[in-house]
Design a binder for this molecule. Structure first.
Ligand code: GRF
Length: 208
């Protein structure tokens, strides 16, 4: 059983996709052992409570400097000895020491087809605003391992979504969530839990 910590900052719909998948049996071999949010008001905390999942809030705002936050964050992750850390809309920079400690054991869901519309400043609706501004006809979502960069780690899975005439950033965000994020994140977790995901020379290989 793969023990996972999920880190969130907002609504938690990707967290909910994992919770629902485990409950329905479409996601197997994983257990969410802890939810960590930097935002005390995140609705993801309510979703965790309803699912009986332990959750805590750890925010840079609660510490005098970033080094103290980093230390506390690593401590709270280590406390539940996870096999995998899942960033599901987590808007805080991950401590470099955590990335080193959990090399290729931290994954992130990003709402674009990396390398498009990613990196510093591309999060939430901003990603979809940029896609619409550029006029792309196809966008989507990406699940990738987290390395020291921003959205630069090895790509595990991607799924394309059509941009439709008249799309607003909000409409496009919802379609990318429904048609891509909520599908590829649980799917990626299944593959990792089955030991089918390997990284070699910065490329992800998925065993059949
Ligand atoms: C999603 O769009 C995800 O791709 C991005 O942040 C958003 C989180 O949404 N990383 P939710 O909190 O899972 O609803």
């Amino acid at each position: 059983m793969l023990k996972i910590v999920v880190c969130v900052s907002g609504g938690g719909t990707n967290l909910q996709a994992i919770i629902d998948g485990v409950r329905e049996g479409s996601v197997t071999g994983i257990e969410i052992v802890r939810l960590i949010s930097n935002n005390k008001k995140a609705y993801a905390l309510e979703r965790a409570a309803q699912a009986g999942i332990d959750s805590i809030c750890v925010s840079p705002r609660d510490y005098t400097d970033r080094a103290q936050f980093n230390e506390a964050f690593v401590r709270e992750v280590d406390a539940v000895t996870p096999d995998l850390i899942v960033l599901a809309g987590f808007l805080v920079v991950i401590p470099p020491e955590l990335i080193r400690k959990y090399e290729n054991r931290i994954i992130n869901i990003h709402p674009s087809l990396i390398p498009s519309f990613c990196g510093t400043g591309y999060y939430g609706l901003k990603v979809h605003e940029a896609a619409l501004k550029r006029g792309v006809k196809v966008t989507g979502a990406t699940v990738h391992f987290v390395d020291e960069g921003t959205d630069t780690g090895p790509i595990i899975m991607q799924k394309a979504v059509n941009v439709m005439p008249g799309d607003t950033p909000e409409i496009l965000q919802r379609r990318v969530m429904e048609e891509a994020e909520w599908i590829i994140l649980p799917k990626s977790l299944n593959l990792i839990a089955q030991g089918k995901v390997k990284v070699s020379d910065g490329q992800v290989e998925i065993a059949e």
